[in-house]
Each structure stands twice: as C-alpha cells, then as structure tokens.
Write a protein that binds this ligand. Structure first.
Ligand code: NAD
Ligand code: MG
Length: 394
C-alpha cells in the first residue's frame, strides 16, 4: 500500500483548517499531516498536533511561538518554526506533497509561491492570494509543473465539471452564490445592518471575514477573479447566479448549450476532500444529499445595484493590473473598519469604489511592485474610511 500523502496545513485553527482535519481523520491510510500553522491560537494547535501526531508546527506570532515552545504541551519531538519564515519553511519541507493555504487574507502568498517553486501541489482556500497575485502564482505553478487544486467550493465544482472535456468546448463558467443573509433586503433595510447580522450566514458555517464578504457579495467578486486565474477565463465569460439553497456549487456551460453542475450539501468537507485525495476519491466525510426528501433548486440573477461589491469586482477583473489587488485590499480595510464599528455596512462598497477610483492602474512587472501597490491601496482605503467619519489605527 502506498504511504499516506503528506500535507502542510496553513491556517489549521480556522474553519477550513478544522474541516481539513476532519477529512484527514476520515482517511488516515491516505492522508497525513506533516505540518500545521496558525497565528496566535497555539493551544488549538496542541490539540491537533496531539491528535494527528504532527511533527512540525509553525506559528506566525513570534511571542506565541516562543510561549508554545516553552509550554511543554506539544508532543516532545515537535519541531517549531516561527514567523513568516517559519510558514515558508514548513511549506517547502522535503517530504511535503500538498500544501493547503487556508489563511484569511494574503499572508500565505510567499509560503504558497515557495511551495510551488519546490514543486509542491497546492489545494487553495486562500482565494485572496490569486486576487492579489494571480498572474505570478499561476505562472510559478506552470513553470514548476505544480498543480493548483481549487478548494473553494465553487471552483472545486467547476474543476470537477471540466474533467474529461476539451478546453476549446467550454463556453462559460457559472458561479453560484447563496446571496447571503440580505439577499431579500430592500435598500432601506440594508441601512440598518449590524455586524451581528452580517456575521450570520444562512447556509454555510465559515470564518468571520468570509461570512461578511458573503453578505456583501464581495466574496463572489473575489471568486470571480479567482476563477479568472484558475481557469484562465476572461471575466466576461464568468456569470454569477443567485442560488439560495447552496446545493449546486457551480456549473460549466459548453458550446453546445449543455450545462454540467456539481451538487453536494453546503459543507466544505466535500470540496476539501476532493482536493486532498485527487485524483482518487474516497468515502465522504459527511452525509450527502437525500433525494427521498423534497428538495428545490432556485436560481435568479444577482442585483448589482443592491450589491455593488460584485460590480466593482467585475470591473476590477476586466481592468486587470493592480485593480483586483486594490479591490481585495480596500475590502479588507473596509470590513475591518465595519467590524470595529468605525463605518456603516453600506460604507464597505463606498470605500472600495473610492479606492479604485483613486488608484492609478498599472500592470506590475514583479512581486515587489505588486506588494507596493497593495500597501498603497490599503493606505488609500484607510483615508477613505476616515473621510467617511471612521478612524483607522495606524
Ligand atoms: P478563519 O478566520 O476561520 O481562519 C483563519 C485561519 O487563518 C486561522 O487558522 C488563523 O490562525 C490563520 N491566520 C490568520 N492570519 C495568520 C497569520 N498571520 N499567520 C498564520 N495563520 C494565520 O477563516 P476561514 O473561514 O477558515 O477562511 C480561510 C481562507 O479560506 C480564507 O481565505 C477564505 O476566503 C477561504 N475560504 C473559506 C471557506 C469557508 O468555508 N470557511 C470557503 C472557501 C474559502
Ligand atoms: Mg466559495
């Protein structure tokens, strides 16, 4: 029997991290955790390290890394790796086969690029990486012959729907979106949205940032840009449809008009398991759909007037260059300000729009230029927050 696939899990303490651990626990003969990484919550890493006997632990926050090392709570033979360099080091471990970047935001960009340069395959949850640096990430994967396996449920669905088909026969990609908790709100109702309301998703259980992004539909905007890079598809050929049940995870339309869809319950283990075991399949971690029960599937077009984030993301995707990174950066700044009660809910798209209007778009030649543009977009967005009456910690 072949030895289990060795996995590096960046963001092990988060929602994707937890579901990834559940999939690994379901398939101990096929999957093994070689390294886990987190930011502050090292006590949660202790539990994972003990349960799965994980030899390498990386912690971004240096003080927490030190504390974890001194705690004596990890298995005696644990090797610790601190800071961003620690995350990079575990991502290129010789035995590692697959790296799972599941860190919220763009922090996993450098570890992911390092992993690709070392020929590791990637199961990508951190969509923000592609939104910021899709051109560089995809070129690095291609150059080193590494696979970019989509772990985001929509992209994983599309990936499954493309199997065995010819690229030339694909007409368009159709991303489904739940529409979030406010899909039926009037504009007036939307003015009263609080963070407590935005942090409750009707279908999915996810981390706080993506939950808010789903409510504004910025998440679908990020996913449109993610799909543009993963499948080398122009934004004009990527549609979005609202599907409140979150059962059809996305679709591919072929030139003959046939549409192929992937279905499963709205639980992330389906997409995660597909990427971890690929190209094999194994018994599911969670129960699948039950057709002995009444089930309906509804679809309707999104309203971009109500949800401007989707329009702004599409415009950024069409513009290319640093615009998509600026969309992501300004969204992160705006969501942080909203969660800190500094701006209102409807200010989130305002901050993004004003940032995109203020930044001079250009096509960066290298990663440093791109990261400088990201920092510039964050500064501009912070100014826009202040202009809207909020304050931003420097
Ligand atoms: P989460 O908030 O639940 O977890 C975030 C994880 O990132 C934690 O483990 C945290 O320790 C880690 N992290 C944050 N900053 C870090 C740093 N500086 N160094 C090391 N680790 C750091 O988030 P989540 O919902 O699991 O989402 C993670 C990523 O997956 C995001 O990019 C999100 O867009 C994407 N994603 C999530 C879902 C979902 O269902 N939750 C679905 C698709 C895609
Ligand atoms: Mg998704």
């Amino acid at each position: 029997m072949p030895s289990p696939k060795k996995i590096v899990l960046l963001g092990a303490t988060g929602s994707i991290g937890e579901n990834t651990c559940r999939v690994v626990a379901k398939h101990p003969d096929k999957l093994e955790l070689l390294a886990i990484a987190g930011r502050y919550r090292w006590r949660k890493l202790v539990d994972i390290a003990r349960q799965f006997n994980v030899p390498h632990v990386a912690i971004y926050d240096e003080a927490c890394c030190e504390e974890a090392q001194q705690s004596g709570l990890f298995p005696a033979e644990t090797q610790f790796h601190c800071g961003l360099q620690g995350l990079i080091d575990v991502s290129v471990l010789a035995e590692a086969k697959l790296v799972v970047p599941a860190i919220v935001g763009t922090l996993a960009l450098k570890p992911t690029l390092a992993a690709l340069e070392h020929g590791k395959d990637i199961a990508l949850a951190s969509k923000e990486i592609l939104v910021l640096a899709g051109k560089f990430v995809m070129a690095t994967a291609k150059k080193h012959g590494s696979m970019m396996l989509p772990l985001d449920s929509e992209h994983n669905a599309i990936f499954q729907c493309l199997q065995g088909e010819r690229e030339i026969d694909v007409d368009r990609l159709i991303l489904t979106a739940s529409g979030g908790p406010f899909r039926d709100f009037t504009r007036e109702q939307m003015t009263g949205i609080t963070k407590e309301m935005a942090l409750k998703h009707p279908n999915w259980s996810m981390g706080p940032k993506i939950t808010i992004d789903s409510s504004t539909m910025a998440n679908k905007g990020l996913e449109l840009i993610e799909a543009r890079w993963l499948f080398d598809m122009p934004a004009e050929r990527i549609d979005v449809t609202i599907h409140p049940q979150s059962i059809v995870h996305s679709m591919v339309q072929y030139v003959d008009g046939s549409i192929i869809a992937q279905l499963s319950p709205p639980i992330m283990t389906f997409a995660i398991q597909h990427t971890l075991l690929y190209p094999e399949r194994g018994a599911g971690t969670d129960a699948t759909l039950d057709f002995s029960q009444l089930m309906s599937l509804d679809f309707r077009p999104p309203c971009t007037e109500q949800f401007p984030c989707l329009r702004l993301a599409r415009e950024a995707a069409v513009a290319g260059g640093i615009a998509t990174g600026a969309f992501n950066a300004s969204n992160e700044v705006a969501v942080e300000a909203f969660v800190a009660d500094k701006i209102g809910y409807l200010d989130i798209p305002r901050v993004i729009e004003k940032t995109l209007e203020s930044i001079a778009n250009r096509d960066p030649d290298n990663l440093d230029e791109l990261l400088a543009a990201d920092a510039e977009a964050r500064n501009i967005a912070a100014e826009k927050v202040i202009a809207l009456g909020g304050t931003v910690a420097q």
